[in-house]
Design a protein around this ligand. Structure first.
Ligand SMILES: Nc1nc2c(ncn2[C@@H]2O[C@H](COP(=O)(O)OP(=O)(O)O)[C@@H](O)[C@H]2O)c(=O)[nH]1
Ligand SMILES: [Mg+2]
Ligand SMILES: [Zn+2]
Length: 297
């Protein structure tokens, strides 16, 4: 008999599906069909002690990165993306921008959280670099997961009732964050990993954790990655997904302005007036070039 469940952990073609009563079962994709993602609602049928996924419900959204040769999905049906950065290690604004552009293209809200506020000097420097982001519509939070967690309580108000995907480079405190939000997460991760991979090394799995017993608030962690490809986006669409650019595009003289060298360009005028940050414009130039390169396949 077909049953509806939620994918709460994923590792290739094996996923963990949670039933409405909270019980969990390993399920496999059928045939060569593309796999279910964490956050997917799936119809599955039991097969001995496992299950087979028959159908994936239509997705409200899908967050993914696209390198030149392949697409790598993080999760589906999420309410928001939380980009976790830290005072240390120093973050790359290019990687941040790439993730934000992908979120914008997938119509997913994004928050930026700067952790390790206890490291005063590097924190101030990093915060300075992020100060322009709230004006673009992104939430910005300072956090310290050391000692007490009053800043976590403030941030938590924005997580309540939401399904939040956490993304961030290694060393920023992602694991610490999950363990702060859900003290049982550490144990849960190990159990799920063991079940899915029979004890193999498991940093490649994505996991959904319920924060509350009512299962209203969820955090999704994801494995690390080297670079965040945005090849799903055409160079001439880039500015639509950068809110600080988008508001000035309508002042450009040419409808197909690239904002790189045209006269009477609203974006370049905004840059000259300091309304667009120089670092953001530089990233735009780099991304535009990258996405304009002719594909060789
Ligand atoms: N000073 C300071 N260190 C932190 C904070 N949060 C996490 N760390 C430390 O940063 C290191 C990396 O944390 P971890 O959670 O493993 O990062 P992950 O790689 O993103 O999962 C660990 O040594 C943590 O103890 C913080 O708010 N302040
Ligand atoms: Mg970690
Ligand atoms: Zn322009």
């Amino acid at each position: 008999m077909k049953q509806l469940g939620l994918v709460v952990s994923g590792h290739g073609r094996h996923v963990m599906v949670e039933s409405p009563d909270g019980s969990r079962r390993i399920c496999r994709s059928k045939g060569k069909k593309s796999g279910a993602l964490v956050g997917d609602r799936v119809w599955w049928t039991p097969t001995e002690d496992e299950g087979t996924i028959e159908r994936i419900e239509d997705r409200r959204n899908e967050f993914y990165r696209q390198d030149e040769l392949r697409t790598k999905s993080f999760a589906a049906n999420i309410d928001q993306l939380l980009i976790l950065l830290a005072a240390e290690p120093e973050f790359s604004e290019t990687q941040l921008t790439r993730a934000l552009i992908s979120a914008q293209a997938a119509q997913i809200k994004a928050l930026i959280v700067l952790n390790k506020s206890d490291l005063k000097v590097p924190f101030e420097q990093a915060w300075e670099r992020l100060k322009v982001y709230p004006a673009m519509g992104y939430g910005l939070f300072a956090l310290s997961l050391k000692d007490d967690h009053p800043s976590y309580d403030v941030l938590f108000e924005s997580l309540k009732g939401q399904m939040t995907l956490i993304l961030g480079p290694s060393g920023v405190g992602k694991s610490t964050f999950i363990n702060t939000a859900i003290p049982s997460a550490q144990i849960a991760t190990q159990e799920i990993s063991q079940a899915l991979n029979s004890g193999k090394h498991t940093t490649t799995a994505t996991n959904l954790y319920w924060v509350d017993e009512e299962h209203q608030t969820a955090l999704i962690d994801s494995p690390g990655f080297q670079s965040f490809g945005i090849h799903q986006i055409a160079a001439n669409e880039l500015s639509h997904f950068m809110p600080d650019f988008k508001t000035h595009v309508q002042s450009c003289r040419f409808y197909n302005c690239t904002h790189l060298h045209e006269p009477n360009c609203g974006v370049q005028e905004a840059l000259a007036q300091g309304l667009i940050q120089a670092s953001r414009y530089k990233i735009y130039q780099q991304l535009f070039e990258e996405l304009s390169q002719a594909r060789t396949f």
